[in-house]
Design a protein around this ligand. Sequence first.
Ligand SMILES: [Zn+2]
Length: 462
Amino acid sequence: MMTNSYDLPGFFHVVSARRSPAFASAHNSVIARCAQVKPLLAARYFLVTFLVVMLHAAVAPGGVSAWAAPPTVENGGNSAEASQPPNAEPAVVFAGRIAGDNTSTRLFFDFDREIKFSKFFMEKPDRLVIDGPQMLFRFAEPELIEPRGLVSFLRYGAITAQKSRIVVSLAGPAKLNRFEIVEIGEPKKFRLVIDLVPTNPAAFTRAIAEQRALIGTSGEVATKGDRVRVGEKRKGRFTVIVDPGHGGIDGGAKGGDGTREKDLTLAVGRRIAEKVAAAGPFDVKMTREEDVFLSLGERVAFARRSQADLVISVHADSLRQKWVRGATVYTLSKRASDELAHELAESENMSDLIAGLDNPQEEDVVQDILADLTARETNVFSRSFSRILVGRLGKEVNLIKNPQRSAAFVVLKAPEIPSVLVELGYLSNKEDEKLMVKPEWQESVAEQAAAAVVAFFKPRMD
Ligand SMILES: [Zn+2]
């Protein structure tokens, strides 16, 4: 799947062509348009900067104030001394470059202040992960960080509210010849210089084992469930979890008009949560209420810790089949109901990989779970809710053909909680995108979802 990225120049924001083909072409055409104004260097600079800022608006929480000014260091070199006090403005990454070939690749990233990084390698797929404090990525010339040499793919963004991450996907096993911060320019700015050279697979695996002994498994991300104290379950009330898909470094799909899945799922998720809470004896919780990354495991753990009675995960993905449109409700199954469902689950389950976490063995996990008796019983309830929800949604919105589908979605694997994943529509489809951003449309979807929740719990009420 990573190989999809090779034939897409400048395509480093999203994980694969399958994940977001619409965005790839939009992005490339943006680059093409920028190239036409090449003689007007200043105009081009500002246009590119503006577009990059727009594309990355939400992966840089709290960054609005930093957008206004071009990337200069205020107060002479003073900011250099302070590493990063708590609640500081995010560091601005204003330039970057990837150069070299398969025998040696150099990357650098330029910052407006000195910051500390931690780094580690991961395998299957091979990656170098660089963690730092909150960073605002606005590369002046994004074409300079197009993957090349040992770098097959680059992704960057927020991983928690305080932490940003750069994930460098590798074309093969590699090691660091240099990882160093140097001062550049006047006034003083800072450059992280990274030199990668190839290494053999055995040495790479050995290096990862050594690193693990030193720093643990990597990718520790704040666990949402840990921060939340879950109260006693109240009698006669039901706990419903609304799970807006993606967030932070994982933007999800991107529509032709620029709609980001992670924003859409949050907007609609909020409406659903509100309507459900008002519709009956429901305690509604959201897995995320802001633009942060949450691993799939954390989402499931949060639902389990909350002793949830129902999980509704909200998405609006992209499909290769651009003509496909309409809402779809997915439940968990070992074997996908159809090829489309299979591809979608595969792409959805990549979320953790995008953020530089270990690749869970999804298929095994799902298989084990469905062997469990509780899980099988739960699955009956999931499908029952899916049926009710499809019935309600069908009154108001356009449904896909065969709207009840199933596949091995990791986020649906809590064995004791009925769970569904709703694709509101598909951002790869123009009409769907236009519709999904409309507040009235979102509101009626939320109303129908709430009505479905009421109908689902009705037999267990009073
Ligand atoms: Zn999604």
